[in-house]
Write a protein that binds this ligand. Sequence first.
Ligand code: NAD
Length: 407
Amino acid sequence: MALRQLDLAADRIGLDPNLRTRLRRPARALIVSVPTRMDDGSVRVFTGYRVQHSDALGPFKGGIRYHPEVNLGEVSALAMWMTWKCSLVGLPFGGAKGGISCDPRRLSRKEMQGMTRRYTAEILNFIGPQIDIPAPDMGTNEQVMAWIMDTYSMHKGYAVPGIVTGKPVDIGGTLGRREATGRGVGYIVEQAANHLGMDLTKCGALVQGFGNVGLVTARELVRLGVRVVGVSDRSGGIYNPKGLPIEDLVKFKEQNKKLQEFSLAEKITGKEFLKLPCDILVPSATEMQITKENAGKLKCRLLAEGANGPTTLEADKILTDKGVLVIPDILANAGGVIVSYFEWVQDLQNFFWSEDEVNKKLKEILMRTFHTVLELSHKEQVNLRLAALMIAVQRVGRAMLMRGLYA
Ligand code: NAD
């Protein structure tokens, strides 16, 4: 899917074939064994990955995912999308992604810490504040970033906060990073709704995935006056056309209860969830959720991709033909990497900003990018995804040509 997207953009902008050949592959793909002592005394060997796609625009940057389905293909696609995302929003970063094939929900805190530290040690020579800066993604969080930062710092002999972003604020993280991705989705939905002339206070929204991105997005939508009528997670979804009390749901989840046990809503299977009536749909779980099988049945007018790669190319075409405005992942969820960039800058300068400053700068970048993409999509008569990719690939290509070929 990532390669086909690249081809579409490359064809449209007439990208130099030599650049295209290079950009179809990662710069470096690392597979490591991660032996981990389990609580019962046995040793399990997990497989870890770090894929660095392109550093034409700056150091590699991208999240680390802990999920049973993590594999080299998925990590490589996610790394390529990171290259486009950083390029699109104008950050001085290239794209990377990493992960460990594991089920974090079945690991104790001690096992997770051991696995994270060993993984960090295995990729240690390939990461660094000027080389490749990891961040959280599915299944990882601030705590995991703190362990990576500590392991890296122990090896160097001094504290290196700039090695990861998405860290706890106490050890060099930035205010506003935890909320940044969902907050960014909110800013983008607000702009897109304005563009479409939608009155948000009359809109209902579905949010698939109730983790870091989904939960904050749901909160932001409520702040904008939207009724969040459905949310879902791995275990299924819940629906209430009158709107769900998001803060109550957050408390409910904090007690480790299943979403579907929430009494003020109807239970919905994961499969049926996306087809429920709504004006706005925010997939914020995982890849390839909207396919040619269900795209025709979606009811939304606006779809903002909180997750990376939730819509297949076939589904994209069906949605475009139906007149649904799809805000592509590399724009809709770019808030996370933008504030990661702010965190990296603050760490390098040892000078920290207020949360207002972070949010203001985040909004500025997202608004500017949204309008640039919208303008190109009108000019070229293409959907927002293709317009965004055209801008992103063009910038990376230009940088590669300027830097030339080192031989
Ligand atoms: P997370 O682990 O915090 O949450 C993931 C959520 O999705 C959980 O609620 C989980 O139960 C749910 N989920 C998983 N599979 C599902 C399925 N098939 N159907 C319904 N729900 C399902 O992860 P996150 O950090 O919120 O990331 C979610 C997505 O957003 C990923 O695609 C990630 O790459 C992308 N993303 C995350 C960030 C970030 O800053 N965390 C930034 C940009 C993009």
